[in-house]
Design a protein around this ligand. Structure first.
Ligand code: HEC
Ligand code: HEC
Ligand code: HEC
Ligand code: HEC
Length: 418
């Protein structure tokens, strides 16, 4: 029977070595996975969680405190500000603010936040200004006296009037408005400067195509004042996005209404160049909002203004209503156009940027424009939307917390509803 047991033993040995090998392989794989998880897991998880989590100003305040302290005077001897980053700077500013509140219950130098007490302003500054820009109070204040004006504070004051105008003219009167306001964080999202203004995909898309850039009239016919010039497709798309004109305001009874300078359906037709420009602008919208074409269009008829059934509904007076994203997008186009025309009223120009007459996109995705001879970084759809249909850091009226002093923390004046 030995001849019979030997092979059985051999089979057992082979089996055992296979099982053993498998166990070793599993242990090795698990160990490597475990090491990998230990090394990268928390980061990846934190990044994924941060991307999925709702906007929370406390996260930005934590980031200010965890950042290394900065030294503005070393970076620029003309800058007289104290450090605004780090675990000393932030609480020092808040504490100085509290002392200032005790000394001056009413503010001494406010042009926008009128009617608020110093305590209310102090609370608003932490949640909606410092947190929104990811900087301590010292970025805009000499914390020995909060009433002193410095350039960054003046920009911030102008930006308060900008937020008021955006909410008043374009947001709160959107058809089927869902109740989200623009706030500082909607654009700044934890950064004071170098905000992404154009979707990264758009920056990377280096279309080699040149197109003829010429304006069209309300019938879609080219306006030939000068000889048409060849420009990059990207440039032509930006030109359209920031110089949008409505020819025929939307009227539900009239299917030819709701048309503007990106529409294609006018008699006389469009050239292939104009089709390319519109297609490029549409890609920019889709990328910026993280939605497909059918979010705004009926794919059987792109020219139609019928309301998309794919977009979520709202219940108004107990009845479901579709939310008309295409009409909202048209309003948003008017908003980007308005911002370009008025941007130099709301922010001080960029000091050190490339010169040259053409608008251009910087390596970090900023859209830089020459407005009245100075250079500005101007916002686009992606600055607020950042890949989501409702900007994450917009402020919903339902969620507005009531401030300690019994006032909603986002001052009424910034909502544009006063
Ligand atoms: C991005 C710039 C910016 C940052 C950062 C900032 N502030 Fe302000 N602060 C302003 C502006 C602008 C005003 C004036 C608003 C107006 O004119 O209505 C102001 C006004 C004030 C006032 C009222 C002063 C007065 O008497 O006129 C206080 C108090 C104040 N801020 C406290 C703080 C505190 C505390 C912090 C940090 C948590 C802070 N601020 C961060 C821009 C800023
Ligand atoms: C529509 C988008 C948008 C909104 C809303 C917005 N900002 Fe800005 N802000 C910008 C852009 C873009 C810049 C220019 C940044 C650059 O040059 O890189 C800027 C610049 C600034 C600067 C100048 C920074 C510097 O050091 O030069 C300050 C301060 C500022 N914003 C404060 C605010 C405050 C406070 C609010 C809310 C009341 C606000 N912003 C709302 C887009 C916005
Ligand atoms: C965020 C909403 C939105 C998204 C997403 C979107 N579009 Fe549009 N689209 C518009 C608006 C607004 C207009 C009208 C512009 C105008 O009035 O000049 C338009 C116009 C058009 C037109 C011209 C129709 C006409 O009236 O002549 C075509 C074609 C088109 N889009 C195709 C697309 C395609 C293809 C996609 C996907 C890559 C897309 N769109 C994604 C909002 C959107
Ligand atoms: C200053 C910030 C800002 C900019 C810039 C901006 N949006 Fe918006 N957008 C908003 C806010 C806030 C809402 C939510 C309004 C609401 O509650 O109904 C919104 C809503 C929308 C909606 C409706 C989404 C839905 O599901 O209800 C569309 C479509 C849209 N934006 C398109 C655009 C396009 C296209 C651009 C660029 C041309 C753009 N937006 C630029 C702030 C902005």
């Amino acid at each position: 029977m030995q001849s019979g047991t030997r092979p059985r033993n051999r089979q057992l040995v082979v089996l055992a070595s296979i099982v053993g090998g498998a166990i070793v392989a599993i242990i090795t794989a698990t160990t490597f996975w475990w090491i990998y998880e230990l090394a990268t897991g928390p980061d990846r998880k934190a990044a994924a969680q941060a991307a999925a989590a709702p906007y929370n100003p406390s996260d930005n305040i934590r980031a200010i405190m965890q950042a290394p302290a900065n030294n503005p005077k070393a970076a620029d001897p003309a800058d007289t500000r104290e450090a605004w980053m780090g675990k000393v700077a932030y609480p020092a500013g808040v504490q100085a603010g509290q002392d200032y509140v005790a000394q001056f219950p009413q503010p001494k130098n406010v042009a926008v936040l009128k009617g608020m007490t110093t305590a209310q302003i102090w609370a608003y500054m932490q949640q909606h200004v410092s947190a929104a820009l990811g900087v301590g109070c010292q970025y805009c204040h000499n914390i020995a006296d909060f009433s002193i004006d410095i350039p960054q504070k003046i920009s911030a004051r102008l930006m308060m009037t900008l937020v008021n105008q955006l909410n008043k003219q374009f947001i709160t009167n959107l058809p089927h408005w869902r109740g989200n306001y623009v706030d500082c964080a909607t654009c700044h999202n934890g950064k004071p400067v170098n905000l992404t203004t154009v979707n990264d995909n758009f920056v990377q898309a280096k279309q080699p195509i040149k197109v003829v850039a010429e304006s069209v009239d309300f019938q879609g016919k080219p306006v030939r004042t000068k000889a048409p010039k060849l420009v990059d497709l990207k440039e032509a798309i930006l030109e359209q996005t920031y110089n949008y004109v409505v020819w025929k305001p939307y009227d539900p009874a009239d299917p030819t209404s709701g048309r503007g300078s990106l529409a294609l359906n006018y008699t006389g037709g469009r050239t292939q160049d104009q089709v390319n420009v519109t297609q490029g602008a549409m890609n920019l919208f889709s990328w910026s909002l993280g939605v497909g074409c059918t979010y705004c269009h009926n794919p059987r008829n792109f020219a139609n203004y019928e309301i998309s059934t794919e977009a979520p509904t709202l219940v108004v007076n107990g009845k479901p209503e579709y939310i008309a994203p295409r009409i909202k997008a048209q309003r948003m186009l008017l908003m980007t156009t308005w911002m370009i025309q008025n941007w130099n009223k709301y922010v001080l120009p960029r000091a050190a940027v490339q010169t040259g007459a053409k608008p251009y996109i910087s390596a970090t995705g900023q859209h830089i424009r020459n407005i009245g001879g100075s250079y500005f970084s101007v916002p686009g759809c992606d600055t607020c939307h950042n890949g989501i249909n409702i900007p994450k850091a917009s402020l919903n009226q339902v969620d507005v917390p009531v401030g300690e002093a019994g006032l909603p923390v986002l001052p009424t004046v910034l909502r544009g509803i006063e």
